[in-house]
Design a protein around this ligand. Structure first.
Ligand code: FES
Length: 284
């Protein structure tokens, strides 16, 4: 059970191994309880008499007879039924608690693509802070923030850099290192767009993590670059898609080479030996 429970946290492979071990030992345990033979009580042989008892007739040796065993003695039945009942009650109590604890991490996760406005709202080479509600039915708690930069055309297609504001250390909201052009803030339905004047990267107010304009970590405790969002262009509008993690970025703008990984939680390494500590990423 210990291997199984540890596996639920660390890796599905370990959990599978734990389940197999638990099943194997459970089977052996039940088999031990339900099998076995009992010998009939043999009549006791009288102990040898003291010296001088030679004249007393010695009873003929008694032959031990093995009687047919009772397959399910009452004591065994009571033992198994008590344990079985305890197991059923334990399962009924544990299964819902375990389900409520683990299942939400795998249900209704992710977010739909979101329209954050026409391409013309994003001046080339400048970051715009975009906030939107990923699920308007949930209200403001679902609000997301990203730094969006239009990089111009790449092979006749618009190129965008869309960086998440979640610090890669512990998830604090990262800020642009530079002034904002608040006067030109634009509001489109649930989307707010705040242009920046000119920024020299991003900084985290919590523990001083610093990132360059491509989101690469340059100083402080973060373990990787800032996460990014995929995007698509539909009818001249920019749609923000699914987020993903980034170990680092080579180059800049439209020609940047992004080293992309499955979305990971803040503080987790996505490459190198340390990433082996985080073999499974629940959808989030
Ligand atoms: S949360 Fe950003 S540096 Fe710690």
């Amino acid at each position: 059970m210990v291997v199984l429970l540890v596996g639920l946290i660390v890796s599905w492979y370990v959990a599978g191994l734990g389940a197999l071990i638990a099943l194997a030992f459970g089977f052996l345990w039940v088999r031990d309880l339900t099998t076995g033979t009992s010998l009939a009580h043999a009549p006791e042989v009288e102990p040898e008499r003291a010296a001088g008892a030679a004249q007393v007739p010695v009873p003929a040796p008694v032959e031990l007879v093995e009687l047919p065993s009772e397959r399910y003695p009452r004591s065994k039945f009571l033992e198994i039924s008590t344990l079985g009942l305890g197991g059923v009650i334990g399962g009924l109590v544990t299964a819902p608690a375990l389900g409520f604890m683990v299942a939400p991490a795998f249900l209704k996760q992710g977010q739909k693509d979101h329209d954050i406005g026409p391409i013309s709202d994003f001046p080339q080479g400048k970051y715009v802070i975009a906030t939107w509600m990923s699920d308007p039915s949930q209200g403001e708690v679902s609000r997301r923030t990203a730094f969006v930069r239009y990089n111009g055309q790449l092979r006749n297609l618009p190129s965008f850099t869309i960086i998440s504001n979640h610090c890669a250390h512990l998830g604090c909201p990262v800020q642009p290192n530079g002034p904002l052009d608040n006067k030109n803030t634009r509001q489109l339905a649930d989307v707010t767009l705040i242009p920046t004047v000119s920024i020299a990267g991003f900084g985290c107010p919590c523990h001083g993590g610093q990132y360059d304009t491509e989101g690469n970590r340059t100083a402080g405790p973060p373990v990787r670059a800032l996460d990014r969002y995929s995007f698509s262009i539909r009818n001249g509008h920019v749609f923000v898609g699914k987020p993903f993690s980034v170990s680092h970025v080579d180059g800049t703008g439209a020609n940047a080479e992004i080293h992309k990984w499955t979305l990971s939680f803040p503080g987790e390494h996505v490459n190198g030996l340390e990433s082996w500590l985080y073999p499974i990423q629940p959808p989030h």
